[in-house]
Structures are given as C-alpha cells and as structure tokens.
Design a protein around this ligand. Structure first.
Ligand code: FES
Length: 120
C-alpha cells in the first residue's frame, strides 16, 4: 500500500499576511485538518452545499472528496470561482484565503495571534 501524501496548507488573513500553517493529508478535507490544528473556519453545512467555507486558492491545487455544489463555489460578491474547504482536499501545497472570517487557537483573531507572536 502506498504512502498517503500530505501537504502544507497556509491560510491567510485579511491583510494577506501568513497567519497559520498546518499539514493536511490527501484524502482529508482541509476543514478537518484545520479543526485538528485549532483553526476555526466558517463551516455551516459541512457537505459542500452552502458556500460558507468558500476560499480563494492563491497557490496550489485541490481536489474533491465528494461532489459539491458548483453554484455555491461561485462568490457573487467577488465574482470569483472558489473552492469549498469542507470537501476540498489538497493535491499540492496550498496557500488559500477564506472569504469568511476565521479564528485560530484560543478563539482569538489571526491579527491578535500575529501580534502575540511578534510580542513573543
Ligand atoms: S460548509 Fe457548506 S459548503 Fe462547506
């Protein structure tokens, strides 16, 4: 049996500063990996049908574990076709930016997280 690939996922915040990075196995949804790492994405239906978890992929490629609503991948506000993180799995290292706000460990904002890191 072959080894399962795993990739680095970087999630950006509002100012497009790198905010968090974690590993995600191919075949695992990005939302599952994020949750394991304490990153709280905006997830509602968790089945590819609502669009709450839309993200713009800035680098890399994703595939889908199961079907998703193509209509819900399209973000009317930005007029961009996005990926749905509750069902997307990485096929390469990724840099992505969720369209909805997200939180990281301890439920603090990514800005606060970055500030805390900078302050040591
Ligand atoms: S949470 Fe609804 S599409 Fe991902």
């Amino acid at each position: 049996m072959g080894e399962v690939s795993q990739y680095t996922v970087v999630i950006l915040g509002d100012a497009e500063t790198e905010a968090v990075r974690f590993m995600c196995h191919e075949g695992e949804s990005i939302a599952e990996a994020a949750e394991r790492e304490g990153v709280m994405l905006r997830i509602a239906c968790n089945n590819g049908g609502c669009g709450a978890c839309r993200a713009e992929i800035l680098a890399g490629e994703v595939g889908y574990l199961r079907p998703v609503s193509q209509k819900k991948r399209f973000d009317v506000r930005t007029q961009k076709m996005c990926e749905l993180l509750c069902r997307a799995t990485p096929l390469s290292n990724l840099i992505l930016k969720p369209l909805n706000p997200w939180l990281n460990r301890g439920k603090i904002s990514w800005k606060k997280y970055v500030q805390n890191i900078n302050e040591g």
